[in-house]
Design a protein around this ligand. Structure first.
Ligand SMILES: C[S@@+](CC[C@H](N)C(=O)[O-])C[C@H]1O[C@@H](n2cnc3c(N)ncnc32)[C@H](O)[C@@H]1O
Length: 267
């Protein structure tokens, strides 16, 4: 493994620090009690980071999302950890009846409204709903939505959710409709143990600036191993995809090794 890859997170950490340090200091000066609310402070810092770099992260995944979200998302769509709502721009309004953005960091909510409106999703028309619970709180999700959803989307979110294996299982069991689809694009534990060692080493400091984001989770494996999925059909339409695949052009040694996936729940 190359030295430059092992230390590639340093530049992102520097940028994350630069984007969030002063806003955090100003917020603490305004409200010193924030020092005793570390999770609120972390969310404020991540909001500042995402305001500045969320657009770049979206651009880096544009081709993946065009191939994953636009052709497949339909009906009632629940976007887990919606951030600033970048998913909305990939939704095909002729197929999606409602965009539900779940985002526990409520500082992001105004941004989601602004991002979703030009694509036809608004609260006033009933086509946009915001949820502020975590993805792990499946009881609240089902009760707020009033049922299950046709499409579940997770973009760069499972790295932050508590107890990821259990959360993924419960989401698929309780929140996704039978016959519904799960679409994801996540950075996951690398296949190479050498890279994984670096992912483990960097995760504690990375998580401090990026709201608990872990670099080393094999969430793609947890998803693939679930027994709730329909078998992959032997014959599929050309270009149709089910299962997991990698991000085209990505260095396999990357600390941010991505996996993309589409699974359909058994009826
Ligand atoms: C890296 S951002 C990705 C945002 C968005 N999906 C995108 O791709 O632009 C991760 C998001 O997950 C959210 N998040 C953190 N913990 C979460 C949880 N327990 N449940 C749901 N979302 C969570 C964060 O607030 C953040 O907005």
């Amino acid at each position: 493994m190359r030295f430059s890859i092992a230390f590639s997170v340093l530049e992102d950490l520097r940028l994350g620090f630069k984007a969030s340090f002063m806003p955090a200091i100003l917020a603490i000066l305004k409200s010193p009690l924030l020092l005793f609310r570390p999770s609120a402070l972390k969310r404020l810092m991540f909001f500042e980071v995402w305001k500045r770099y969320g657009g770049c992260a979206d651009q880096g995944g544009t081709e993946v999302k065009k191939g994953l979200i636009t052709p497949y998302a339909g009906g009632v769509v629940l976007d887990l950890g919606a951030g600033l709502g970048h998913t909305a721009r990939y939704l095909d309004l002729s197929k999606v009846t409602k965009y539900i953005a779940l985002e526990p960091n409520t500082l992001m909510h105004e941004g989601i409204r602004k991002e979703a409106a030009p694509y036809g999703f608004t609260e006033s028309s009933g086509t946009l709903q915001l949820l502020s619970c975590g993805a792990e709180d499946t009881e609240t999700i089902v009760s707020e939505i009033g049922g299950q959803v046709d499409t579940l989307i997770s973009i760069l979110m499972l790295c932050s959710v508590p107890n990821p294996k259990k959360t993924i299982e419960t989401l698929m069991d309780k929140v996704l409709k039978p016959g519904g689809q799960f679409l994801f694009y996540e950075h996951v534990a690398n296949r190479s143990w050498e890279v994984r060692v670096w992912q483990y080493l960097w995760t504690p400091i990375w998580a401090m600036f990026f709201d608990g984001c872990a670099l080393n989770r094999p969430t793609d494996v947890y998803i693939r191993n679930l027994t709730c999925w329909k078998a992959v059909p032997e014959v599929m339409a050309e270009g149709d995809r089910v299962g997991t695949w990698g991000k085209e052009g990505e260095d396999l040694d990357s600390l941010f090794f991505h996996q993309v996936g589409r699974f359909i729940k058994k009826d």
